[in-house]
Design a protein around this ligand. Structure first.
Ligand SMILES: [Fe+2]
Ligand SMILES: [Fe+2]
Length: 191
């Protein structure tokens, strides 16, 4: 069994999970609307980036390396799709005093689904992939993930077909470029 204490590509993905959970905590604990909006923007950005790098580089590796990898790949994409559809509403609706209760409920529901998804990844999927991949494959994957973080989309795009190709496809690359250009134009806050 692979050593789970070594920092590798899967540690990076698990750190992403903790980071978005923390952003949600900060959103929940904050009472003023402007702070909530700021945490929400970063939450949406970081979750979109995390989903993008998994879809481009992690999930395609399931196909050849895991038992029933093809169906697990599709199952994981379906869960991402569901999350993106919910996230899209939060990304395109202005948070106001009038809708904050509805907003919080929707976000709470999304967090429950996200937790279910990340638990599955951390308890079942990542340990199985750690065992199945060689050290060299894991090192390659880590550098691909780190590089792709600055390229994948920063917003959810549920209407873009999920194609099971390895690497960044042309649509994802263009969407990433457009998202990042608009973020820059609008001055979306850094963490
Ligand atoms: Fe995922
Ligand atoms: Fe994940």
């Amino acid at each position: 069994m692979a050593d789970l204490n070594i920092r590798d590509c899967f540690s990076l993905l698990i750190e992403d999970h903790r980071a978005v959970e923390e952003l949600y905590e900060r959103y929940s604990e904050s009472d003023d609307l402007e702070s909530k909006k700021q945490y929400l923007r970063v939450f949406i950005r970081d979750l979109s980036i995390h989903s993008g790098i998994e879809e481009a580089y992690v999930y395609p590796l399931m196909d050849k390396n895991l038992k029933h990898g093809g169906s697990l790949h599709q199952f994981s994409l379906d869960q991402h799709q569901h999350l993106k559809e919910d996230l899209k509403y939060l990304d395109t609706t202005e948070l106001t005093e009038d809708n904050v209760t509805d907003f919080n409920q929707r976000l709470f529901g999304l967090i429950a689904d996200l937790k279910h998804h990340t638990d599955h990844e951390e308890k079942d999927v990542f340990p199985a992939m750690r065992d199945a991949l060689s050290m060299e494959q894991r090192a390659d994957l880590l550098s691909q993930l780190e590089k792709a973080k600055s390229m994948v989309p920063t917003h959810p795009h549920p209407h873009t077909p999920n194609v099971s190709l390895t690497g960044l496809n042309i649509i994802t690359t263009i969407q990433g470029y457009i998202d990042r250009s608009l973020d820059l134009y609008k001055g979306v806050d850094k963490k």
